[in-house]
Write a protein that binds this ligand. Structure first.
Ligand code: PMT
Length: 398
């Protein structure tokens, strides 16, 4: 079905490739509203975009001749999807911090449709922590990102930062315009993040999980029509709007909450890094240092419940259960053992020693293994894309 797609072009060398994108969207029958920043007009002319899109290109916040009363509000209201491509580091920063100082940035602020951001820039700029933090902020707000490709860059270097192929951008646009609703009438429970095991009133044992992987799964399930229960350890991430959110702290608490809801669920996914051990006796007061420097403070640890194993024992015939295996060696072998011992249908083998994978990263590299023995390695992808692939596999199992 024809939709209205806003294409926001910012000032990067890949801007010329967007001409092809606009032309192909038009051929697919969509209405395309092109907006360009002042910098973008240095790379490709508004006339080219006007000719391809068949309508006036919007460049100026103050240009009433461009035909609308309050132009940025009016445009934003028409959009089914807003695509920012190429998205420069500067424009990503503006979006992440809510700046609205030109036509495109004010449209972004007034827009309520889904947003797809397609970054393209020099590798060092893309990997700069400031840029990555800004991307993380936008992902928390629910903005969709397409990972840049790797290869030779216009600045003469090689690495990550190339605009993805126009075909891949088109594919993602179509996915966002016609979201799959293949989890409609399904209830899914996802756990995410780390757990905290208290030592005394001020100290605890935890791990490096941020919740990014689990929250991405919750968002994906939600967008595909599921009712989502998100059981989360402490996390800095924004709670996806629309989920039933159950915040917990310890592994025991997480286990109790998940057992409570299990019977009502069709699908359970364990993405949390659950603490395997807790302190046997939590001190009632802060443990003090003493003058005796030879004194050893020994913490006795006992095992926490294995949540997925407990849920696995109570699994019903039509329930699908998915676990992760965070491994540092013998990844596939260990993952397969966990698949069987926890009575799961699918396990996501996650080698957490790989760069830009596992804990805290925005990307992940995983292999999906099911009970029938199928073993599907996935390339490095954003956690949103990994979540989509996992949900695709769950749907196939349903
Ligand atoms: O949160 P992020 O920063 O995005 O990081 C993502 C991640 C690395 C945490 C995630 O991708 C991941 O690998 N999660 C599983 C972490 C883990 O605890 O793996 P494990 O191999 O120790 O456990 C295997 C499975 O059993 C997991 O699904 C785990 O949730 C579950 N488990 C483990 C221990 C326990 N006591 N109870 C459990 O249910």
């Amino acid at each position: 079905m024809a939709k209205t797609v806003g294409i926001g072009i910012t000032g990067g060398i890949a801007a010329y490739k967007i001409a092809d994108l606009v032309s192909r969207l038009k051929k697919d029958g969509h209405e395309v509203i092109v907006m360009m920043t002042a910098a973008a007009t240095n790379f490709i002319t508004p006339l080219t975009m006007k000719t391809l899109s068949g309508r006036e290109v919007l460049t100026d916040l103050w240009n009433e001749a461009q035909g609308f009363n309050v132009q940025h509000i009016d445009v934003a209201e028409q959009l089914d999807l807003l695509v920012i491509a190429p998205a420069t580091a500067n424009f990503i920063a503006k979006m992440a911090h809510g700046l609205g100082d030109d036509l495109l940035s004010t449209v972004v602020l007034a827009n309520t449709a889904p947003v797809l951001v397609v970054p393209s820039m020099n590798t060092n700029m893309f990997e700069n922590r400031i840029v990555q933090n800004n991307i993380a902020i936008l992902q928390d707000y629910g903005y969709h990102f397409l990972e840049p490709g790797s290869g030779h860059l216009a600045c003469g270097t090689a690495g990550r930062g190339r605009l993805p192929e126009v075909q891949d951008i088109l594919h993602r646009i179509e996915e966002l315009l016609s979201p799959k609703q293949d989890l409609k009438n399904k209830r899914i429970m996802v756990n995410a993040g780390s757990t905290r095991e208290d030592i005394d009133p001020v100290r605890f044992i935890t791990n490096r999980s941020t919740g990014k992987m689990g929250y991405a799964l919750a968002r994906e399930a939600l967008s595909r029509g599921a009712e989502v229960i998100l059981v989360s350890g402490p996390s800095q991430l924004a709670v996806p709007v629309g989920v039933r959110f159950i915040p917990v702290r310890s592994a025991q608490e997480m286990c109790e909450e998940m057992l409570k809801y299990q019977a009502d669920c069709d699908i359970i996914i364990g993405a949390a890094a659950v603490g395997d051990f807790r302190v046997a006796r939590v001190a009632g007061q802060k443990i003090k240092k003493t003058e005796d420097k030879t004194r050893q403070v020994v913490l006795e640890l006992v095992e926490n419940p294995d949540i997925l194993k407990e849920l696995g024992k109570r699994k019903t015939e039509h329930m699908i259960m998915v676990g992760f295996a965070a491994e540092t060696e013998n990844v596939l072998e260990n993952a397969k053992k966990k698949l069987l011992s926890k009575n799961l249908d699918l396990i996501v083998a996650n080698d957490v020693t790989v760069e830009e994978a596992g804990f805290a990263a925005d990307t992940n590299v995983v292999t999906l293994i099911d009970r029938a023995g199928s073993c599907r390695p996935l390339p490095k992808m954003s956690k949103d894309e990994v979540a989509a692939a996992i949900i695709d596999s769950v749907v196939a199992l349903l």
